[in-house]
Write a protein that binds this ligand. Structure first.
Ligand code: UD1
Length: 418
């Protein structure tokens, strides 16, 4: 298990290119099993979660090859519909395979998913949604068995706008006869990207990005070449990194409209931010002001995936901040690690109260999950002295060599292989 060794106290300056989004790639890869021809994914970033999804496709019989940075998937010979636990325990997004598998094979057998340890993460909305399309589901011995002999279009009302459930149901409906409507759908940009991908293969989906998505069933999906959207969480992480460390950073190949909630909070704190087509420039020259209240919400609200990084920033701002986590019940695990570095944070249930301190100090800390790990990297860059971050594998799930990007901006992070 790799570690990061960080020498703190550097400002960040320069340009950084934002890669394609993990959370767009994962459902797109799952969906590719439904394609009759060849899917080519351009600029496919091989985060470890993406590598696991590729392994799942191969386990199902698809042929996958990466040439330069294009992933080529030929699912025409895929002939299996079971995903064993050794894959699903590593990646929660394996649950996305239910929709594509029932669509392609009329059957699915998927072991219960794993993924980041950030709360209970039930899958009831996925199950209820698929049942609304006529899928018969039984759960036995840790496996979910689906039979879709009677797969048909339907009306699905989600009790909560779950990202994964919206995507799963969309994919299940693409090849089902008739018109399916999903009400109270999640509105994340990655869902619109999945719609665009499906439509580029000949599907008929509309409304993604709003709370009502309409899917008209088609009989087949054809070959496609597609470039997914850029990663708004990595973009946000680098903006917060510069906000915390100071300096001037320009993000390239990004879409600022995906990060309006964060940009508005950073501007309120005192950051200078310029938006320009696919670029964002942030400049920070002094200690920032705390944001009195930050509350995570489904898109376009403040993203839960940037909460740990923002919590880290608040530990260094002038004033007090209250952070409320509405999406995942145990997503404040970073706070015990930040306290080792001198942060002043109180956590009660889903609320954290942060009193800004003038500086953090290097310590040996452990990444409890993916985004908390990114928050600790930011803390390490800003801290006085040396920080060691253990369990870096969490961070690698959603950042491809975060240390290279940040070192190019002036950070001093060394990966120690164990
Ligand atoms: C996706 C993202 C993840 C992000 C999250 C919220 C991917 C691969 N992952 O995860 O990075 O943190 O959206 O923006 O895109 N819920 C239920 N029942 C269900 C499904 C969800 O109660 O069947 C609840 C969850 O426990 C959670 C909330 O809904 O409280 C949001 O979860 P969801 O939107 O489904 O997140 P994911 O799709 O797992």
């Amino acid at each position: 298990m790799d570690k990061f060794f960080i020498e703190g106290g550097t400002k960040l300056n320069g340009d950084v290119v934002i890669p394609t989004a993990k959370n767009a790639l994962l459902p797109i890869l799952a969906c590719s099993i439904m394609c009759d021809g060849v899917v080519e994914i351009e600029k496919c970033t091989t985060y470890t979660d993406v590598e696991y999804m590729i392994k799942i496709l191969e386990e199902l019989g698809a042929e996958c090859e990466i040439i330069d940075d294009t992933l080529i998937i030929n699912s025409s010979l895929a002939d299996k519909y079971a995903i064993p636990e050794e894959y699903t325990k590593r990646i929660r997004s394996s649950i996305f395979m239910l929709g594509p598998l029932v669509s392609r094979f009329g059957r699915a057998k998927v072991a219960y998913p794993g993924g980041c340890n950030i709360g209970a993460r039930p899958i009831d909305l996925h199950i209820k949604g698929l049942e609304s399309l006529g899928v018969k589901i039984v759960e036995r011995h840790g496996y979910i068995y689906c039979n879709a002999d009677n797969l048909s279009a339907g009306q699905v009302h989600l009790d909560f706008p779950s990202v994964g459930a919206t995507e799963n149901i969309m994919m299940a409906a693409v090849l089902a006869k008739g018109t399916t409507t999903i009400y109270n759908a999640a509105k994340e940009p990655e869902i619109e990207d999945l719609q665009n991908f499906i439509n580029a293969m000949g599907g008929k989906v509309s409304g993604a990005g709003t709370s009502t998505i309409v899917i008209e069933g088609v009989s087949r999906l054809h070959s496609v070449k597609y470039k997914p959207i850029s990663d708004r969480i990595i973009a946000g992480t680098y903006l917060i990194s510069c906000a915390a460390a100071g300096g001037k950073v320009t993000l390239l190949d990004t879409n600022h409209s995906f990060n309006t909630a964060l940009i508005s909070k950073l501007r309120q704190s005192g950051c200078k931010i310029k938006l320009n087509n696919d670029k964002i420039t942030i400049e920070v020259g002094c200690r920032l002001r705390s944001i009195s209240k930050i509350e995570t919400l489904p898109y376009p609200g403040f993203p839960t995936d940037l909460q740990s990084q923002m919590l880290t920033l608040q530990t260094l701002c002038r004033g007090n901040s209250m952070i409320i986590e509405n999406l995942f019940e145990t997503r404040f695990k970073i706070y015990t690690e930040l306290k080792k570095m001198g942060a002043d944070i109180l956590v009660k249930d889903r609320m954290a109260i942060v009193s800004g301190v003038k500086r953090l100090f290097g310590a040996s800390v452990t990444a409890p999950d993916l985004r908390s790990g990114a928050g600790l990297v930011i803390a390490g860059i800003c801290a006085e002295g040396y920080t060691t971050i253990n369990d870096v594998y969490h961070i690698d799930r959603g950042y491809l060599h975060i240390e290279n990007d940040l070192n190019n901006l002036g950070a001093r992070i060394t990966r120690v292989k164990e």
